[in-house]
Ligand binder design. Structure first.
Ligand SMILES: *[C@@H]1O[C@H](CO)[C@@H](O)[C@H](O)[C@H]1NC(C)=O
Ligand SMILES: *[C@@H]1O[C@H](CO)[C@@H](O)[C@H](O)[C@H]1NC(C)=O
Ligand SMILES: *[C@@H]1O[C@H](CO)[C@@H](O)[C@H](O)[C@H]1NC(C)=O
Ligand SMILES: *[C@@H]1O[C@H](CO)[C@@H](O)[C@H](O)[C@H]1NC(C)=O
Length: 822
């Protein structure tokens, strides 16, 4: 969001000056982290406790001050003690919501109606309706970067889970769901404490991480559409109060989630092109099997109650003015029943930047007619009245938007009288930064971190008392960096340095560079520190100064002279060193990968408030790493590809390399799905339980056709839902933990093709499961595959097809052939 970016810089303004918010982090969660560390890692317990106790003594007086801050009531309508409002039909909870909304909207004057079409909706005092703020953020924890949530006073922080790209690396849907659940609970607690004027959260970000340079790739679950869809479903169900399996929502929302940015938005700024003016040229084929599936899942299975339309145009039409996209596709085909917001100022740019609308009023008409309901910004407030007066806009379009908007507020329970007496009324401030949530933040970091190299089993390091450590690098003690973007004040941050100090008393720290930009590294000093230690841990990478909203990278190397720092330190160290990369997007670290003096490499994303503990646990063997990369790590060469080229499929003739593991065959530093562990996990397919042929020729409808490669195929729509369901089949994989440590290990199942046609992917993720295996344990895992879903791709006109021919089921380096007959 345009304004979100500005807000981040001024996040701490407007707080009570008496108590600096940074100090509050400590007060909230002392016992939680102490006991968390006790249960997790006895070894490091004492050190962590020491870290925590110092602030306790210092700030106990501040806790006293916080208790004195005024407690406010949550805002709500239909107060039963107010006879003038209680009698309105819109307050009658026994009536269906659409009738209540109809009654409410019919009571509003035109000016009142127009006032409600923007994110900061003012109160309507004569009807007892308080103001409502549509804009709140909760990307990886309840944040205060939107306008609807304040985090100071009774609730002064919230659990800061790892940035999404790292959580995704766990390939664990149930973990994603539990994080969503924790966020929904914390959001309710903030509201109940009177610190929220809105419960509509603008997350998840489920655009495909299409280009490694994208500054917001960190916010997404990565480059795979199926996996991104599954993340969306799990997160949305968790936040909104649905069950893990779905289907339990029954109208009521604990909090509202929002699938963004609809659609094909994954460029912020490249050369002279920005997201505000960018016209994404997307083929029907790529739209159908890359850009849209996450949104379809988010709506159809997740039952998301919100969608945000994007800044960019898609094939010449601004997303927020696209009737085909918002109304025909989302509301029509996917049966979406929520509200649609614009990204912030995305209505104004349709006129001001894109010139798509000739007059400001035309932009207003375009978006409301397309199916957008609320404008983040003030454009609709300023120009809707004149659009009506110029007879460009029938009032029915305003009413329709208001219907969608007030339905959400009612589903949130904001028109049912005093919320403390309602369904979620007992969620108190003690549920924010609870021990359970902080342990979950730690679990997410532990399970996401990816081991990329471990030559000669350098890791884990021995847990011997006298061990000395040199911890070097600009990200070693960067507490803010751990949180990525769109975060609130965390419960308590532990940096990698602090985590490592819990294991090795004799630790010497040197940042090596002042910042990650690293223009003038202090190499001599860093080398001196390195020479004297038993082991060296280098903690480098990126931060928000390198990749962020409105700022894409223009290269893939480590910034500045970081590489020089790394190689000098590695050369000087007694033993091969451990390199830790903090980054959202991939980095070309080929030099480190090939350097024998760099023994181990870990990628830790932006691992959130407990990231430093997770890293230290992995380095010292209290946790067995199992994360797998959710994006392809390209080499620097990839930047020759224009970021504006939206094509997923490669084009051999023009040398266009294609994008993501599904279509790109060029050079890579690491593959999608790559990740090591301290255990080996040999796999095999249980052949007797897995079929070798797939007969799709027995459907009575439609006939095979041929594509431009002369391959026979069938339309999925011809096969039909019933036939597809009848032909579901089981794939059984056996895995063994061949190591000496228990581990949580994601098993990734792909379908590959040796000789793919023009349109079909080389390889496609079709299932993943996170499994826990103790040392030496064997187990069998079942994947249920749907031929129509897992063996299909889009053809050129965007219809899903299954091609005839041979495929391979692939897990690790084991293959199982399967032949498809159409
Ligand atoms: C941006 O730059 C490219 C290449 O320099 C040029 O072809 C294109 O017309 C420019 N676009 C705009 C909107 O200025
Ligand atoms: C709407 O009008 C207000 C008041 O005149 C002004 O401050 C604001 O910038 C306008 N917004 C837009 C998007 O033009
Ligand atoms: C590490 O960072 C923490 C939190 O920002 C700070 O309090 C501490 O002084 C830093 N430690 C060192 C050794 O710089
Ligand atoms: C499907 O194809 C198989 C193999 O070519 C063939 O044996 C079978 O008779 C076909 N079934 C139908 C209904 O055509």
């Amino acid at each position: 969001m345009r304004k979100g970016a500005l807000k981040i810089n001024s996040r701490f303004s407007g707080r009570p000056s008496l108590v600096h918010p940074q100090l509050l982090y400590y007060s909230h969660s002392l016992s939680a982290l102490i006991s968390a560390s006790q249960t997790k890692t006895p070894h490091s317990k004492m050190k962590l406790r020491a870290l925590i106790l110092i602030p306790l003594i210092f700030f106990s007086t501040l806790i006293f001050l916080i208790d004195l801050t005024e407690s406010t009531q949550p805002p709500y309508s239909c107060d039963s003690s107010n006879p003038s409002t209680e009698s309105y039909p819109f307050c009658k909870t026994t009536l269906p919501i659409h009738e209540r909304v109809h009654d409410l909207v019919s009571r509003l004057t035109l000016d009142e109606k127009i006032s409600q079409l923007v994110n900061s909706a003012p109160p309507i005092p004569r009807l007892g309706i308080p103001s409502y703020e549509w804009w709140s953020e909760a990307l990886h924890g309840v944040a205060d970067v939107g306008k609807g949530v304040r985090l100071y006073g009774t609730v002064s922080s919230a659990t800061s889970f790892p940035q999404v790209i790292l959580t995704a690396a766990s390939f664990n849907e149930h973990l994603w769901y539990r994080i969503g659940q924790a966020i929904g609970t914390e959001a309710r607690a903030v509201y109940n404490a009177g610190q929220a004027t809105g419960m509509t959260f603008w997350a998840p970000n489920i655009n495909i991480f299409r280009d490694p340079r994208w500054g917001r790739g960190q916010e997404t679950p990565g480059e795979d559409p199926m996996m991104t869809g599954k993340y969306a479903v799990a997160y949305v169900r968790g936040v909104q109060g649905d069950s893990y399996e779905g289907g339990k929502l029954a109208g009521h929302l604990k909090a509202s989630a929002c699938c963004k940015h609809f659609t094909a938005y994954d460029l912020d700024s490249w050369n002279n092109v920005t997201r505000f003016g960018f016209n994404a040229k997307v083929t029907q084929q790529d739209l159908a099997d890359t850009y849209q599936p996450p949104f379809k899942s988010c709506v159809e299975q997740g039952k998301a109650s919100g969608i945000m339309c994007a800044y960019n145009q898609v094939n010449g039409v601004p997303s927020c003015a696209d009737h085909n996209l918002l109304t025909k596709t989302a509301r029509g085909q996917w049966d979406f029943h929520g509200y649609i917001t614009s990204d912030c100022d995305a209505v104004g740019i349709i006129h001001d930047v894109q010139g798509y609308a000739k007059q400001p009023e035309d932009a207003v008409v375009d978006v409301l007619k397309a199916g957008m309901d609320v404008n983040c910004g003030t454009y609709l407030q300023n120009y809707t009245k004149s659009a009506v007066q110029q007879k460009k806009l029938p009032i029915t379009f305003i009413d329709k938007a208001l219907h969608n908007l007030f339905s959400i507020r009612m589903r949130l329970g904001l028109f049912d009288g005093n919320p403390t007496k309602l369904l979620f009324g007992n969620i108190g401030p003690d549920q924010v930064c609870s021990k359970q949530h902080q342990v979950l933040a730690l679990e997410a970091a532990e399970d996401g971190i990816v081991l990329l190299k471990n030559a000669d089993k350098l890791l884990p390091l021995p847990k011997s008392k006298g061990i000395s450590l040199a911890v070097i690098g600009p990200n070693a003690n960067a507490s803010e960096t751990l949180l990525g973007n769109y975060h609130g004040p965390p419960c308590k941050v532990i940096t990698p340095l602090e985590g490592l100090l819990g294991y090795a008393k004799k630790t010497v720290y040197h940042p090596g560079c002042d910042t990650v930009k690293c223009p003038n590294p202090t190499i001599d000093q860093a080398v001196k520190v390195a020479e004297q230690a038993d082991y060296v841990v280098l903690i480098v990478g990126l931060d928000q100064s390198e990749e962020r909203e409105a700022h894409d990278r223009d290269h893939l190397y480590l910034p500045g002279k970081q590489q020089q720092l790394i190689s000098s330190v590695a050369k000087a160290a007694k033993k091969p060193v451990i390199l830790v990369i903090l980054s959202g997007g991939p980095v070309d670290i080929s030099a480190a990968k090939d350097n024998p003096k760099i023994g181990s490499i870990l990628w830790a994303g932006y691992p959130g408030e407990a990231g430093g503990i997770a890293l230290a646990e992995i380095i010292f063997g209290d946790h067995n790493p199992g994360g797998r990369l959710p994006v392809t790590w390209y080499t620097q060469d990839y930047i020759k590809t224009p970021m504006t080229d939206m094509r997923m499929r490669h084009d051999k003739k023009s040398g266009y390399p294609g994008r993501t593991y599904r279509f790109y065959t060029g050079e890579r530093v690491f593959d999608f799905g790559y990740g090591l562990s301290y255990s080996n996990y040999p796999y095999n397919f249980v052949s007797s339980l897995t079929q070798k042929k797939l007969y799709l020729n027995e459907s009575s409808v439609g006939l095979p056709a041929k594509n431009s490669d002369s391959r026979r195929y069938r339309l999925v729509s011809d096969l039909g839902e019933e036939f597809c369901q009848k032909n579901l089949f089981k794939v059984t994989v056996r895995a063994k933990n061949d190591g000496e440590m228990a581990g949580k290990h994601p098993v990734l199942l792909f379908v590959s093709q040796k000789n793919p046609s023009n349109g079909s992917p080389i390889k496609q993720l079709v299932g993943f499961k996170s499994v826990i295996l103790s040392a030496g344990e064997k187990a069998e895992f079942e994947f249920m595959l749907n031929p129509c879903e897992h063996f299909s791709h889009a053809n050129e006109d965007g219809s899903m097809v299954v091609e005839e021919g041979s495929r391979f089921l692939v897990v690790g380096d084991v293959e199982h052939p399967i032949h498809v007959i159409v």
